[in-house]
Design a protein around this ligand. Structure first.
Ligand code: ADP
Ligand code: ADP
Ligand code: ZN
Length: 214
């Protein structure tokens, strides 16, 4: 099953993608996590990506497309994959379609998690991300057992710099301008599944799996 996650920053893409990856036994590939790991390891890619991410802007397409196209050729993607945070622009979506098409494959589901902007700022200010494994939590909606410590790996949690309200507004603007057109793109291809992302995490998950399990 080949899945992509769509939705505004903070809509719950990563949260659902992790749960779906576990249920269907396919890898969760987050381009944001890949960039953050590169920044942490001070790689060339990390150095190039950092200034865009700090500003709440998108990293240029040419820095992300080949990376993802190569990644999904890995053996662990034989049964499928969940892309979280990619594609984010029409050219990225077209490059992905082209790469899959060459192998007679296609995206089965583009899952669009719909959350209004008004709810996003609150989500982001309460989001806590694990520096070790990238898991995300929320201080109110999805707290860890021990405050500030990742349930999954025991590492420390942080508030991402780009989750501060000033940057969140910029990221929302970028989302509306560059990423939202992907909803129509996948609707045309008949692979769109939109769910109301304001419901509880478990309810959103149940609505998605109800369709995917058919
Ligand atoms: P969120 O989970 O809030 O949607 P991500 O972790 O997916 O955020 O992404 C963080 C940042 O990484 C983005 O604001 C952007 O700068 C960069 N980024 C991630 N994926 C892409 C992509 N596919 N194209 C361009 N930039 C990206
Ligand atoms: P994205 O990957 O789309 O940026 P995340 O999955 O990281 O979003 O979720 C953003 C924040 O909102 C996190 O703090 C997460 O715990 C929380 N969250 C995710 N889904 C829900 C939900 N359905 N209701 C309330 N909070 C949620
Ligand atoms: Zn962790």
């Amino acid at each position: 099953m080949k899945i992509i996650m769509l939705g505004a920053p903070g809509a719950g893409k990563g949260t659902q993608a992790k749960m779906l990856a576990e249920r269907y036994g396919i890898p969760h590939i987050s381009t944001g996590d890949i960039f953050r790991a590169n920044i942490k390891n001070n790689t060339e890619l990390g150095k190039k990506a950092k200034s865009y991410m700090d500003a709440g802007e998108l990293v240029p397409d040419e820095l992300v497309v080949d990376l993802v196209v190569d990644r999904i050729k890995n053996k662990d993607c034989m049964k499928g994959f969940i892309l979280d945070g990619f594609p984010r622009t029409i050219p990225q979506a077209e490059a992905l379609d082209y790469a899959l098409n060459n192998q007679n494959e296609k995206i089965d589901y583009a899952i669009n998690i719909d959350v209004p902007d008004a709810a996003i700022v609150e989500r982001m200010s309460g989001r806590r991300a694990c520096v070790g494994c990238g898991a995300t939590y929320h201080v109110v909606y999805n707290p860890t057992k021990e405050e500030g410590i990742c349930d999954a790996c025991g590492e420390k949690l942080i508030l991402r710099d780009d989750d501060k309200p000033e940057t969140v507004q910029k990221r929302l603007d970028v989302y509306h301008e560059q990423t939202k057109p992907l909803i129509a793109h996948y609707e045309k291809k008949d692979s769109l599944l939109t769910v109301d992302g304001t419901q509880d995490i478990e309810v959103v998950f149940a609505k998605i799996t109800e369709v995917l399990d058919r």
